[in-house]
Design a protein around this ligand. Structure first.
Ligand SMILES: [Zn+2]
Ligand SMILES: [Zn+2]
Length: 205
């Protein structure tokens, strides 16, 4: 798969450094769009259930998926399912077509043997690794045949229901900050934000 230079630049500018995992996500995202016969979204016509966790190796994958598909934290159509996998399901809610793509780890040893990963393992941040060493490992990801590194499977049964957008907002009676209506809590006579409510657990959203 040929990935346009401008798209890689957009990814690296957004992500903040050059790395193989973000490019793996970009590639996977582009494959998903192709399989669903759709384009990067500027709205919520697509949803992405992404399986990465909060902080682990190669979580950079998620930024590649965001740049490719347009599913993002800010649009509310990128939902983390926290399984610690480099995988996601992309859902076209107009045509109800879904595809799941998962990395199979087959490049693990090849990637681990690069200068980039040896430096990462030694604790050197990716922003301090020379471009040519980053590109060596990125090219491993770009050149691998997609059917050798990804499981690509249509999905029929996620039973996904897109969350409804709730537009209302109010001001917390205690701290004076803007709060979306479903996050308001009642404290005596006051309508307050979660921080000011004083609870530490038990919130679903
Ligand atoms: Zn990265
Ligand atoms: Zn408050």
């Amino acid at each position: 798969m040929e990935i346009k230079k401008e798209l890689l630049k957009l990814l690296f500018d957004f992500h903040g450094h050059k790395c193989w995992a973000s490019v793996l996500g970009l590639r996977a995202g582009l494959i998903a769009l192709r399989e669903l016969k759709t384009q990067r979204t500027g709205t919520r016509s697509l949803y992405c259930l992404i399986e990465v966790g909060h902080a682990h190796g190669a979580v950079c994958f998620a930024d590649g998926v965001q740049v490719a598909t347009g599913c993002s934290i800010g649009k509310g159509n990128l939902i983390k399912t926290l399984k610690g996998k480099l995988a996601f399901t992309l859902i076209d809610i107009k045509n109800w077509k879904e595809i799941r793509i998962a990395y199979n780890g087959k490049l693990k040893d090849k990637i681990a043997n690069t200068a980039f990963m040896k430096k990462r393992a030694a604790g050197i941040p990716p922003t301090e690794i020379p471009d040519e060493e980053a590109m060596e490992v990125i090219n491993i990801v770009l050149e691998a045949p997609e059917d050798k590194i990804f499981f690509i499977n249509p999905v029929k049964d996620t039973n996904f229901e897109p969350p409804e957008e709730i537009l209302g907002s109010t001001i917390c009676d205690i701290c004076g900050e803007w709060v979306s209506i479903p996050y308001i809590r009642i404290l005596g006579e006051k309508k307050v934000c979660i921080d000011c409510a004083g609870y530490t657990e038990g919130f679903e959203k």
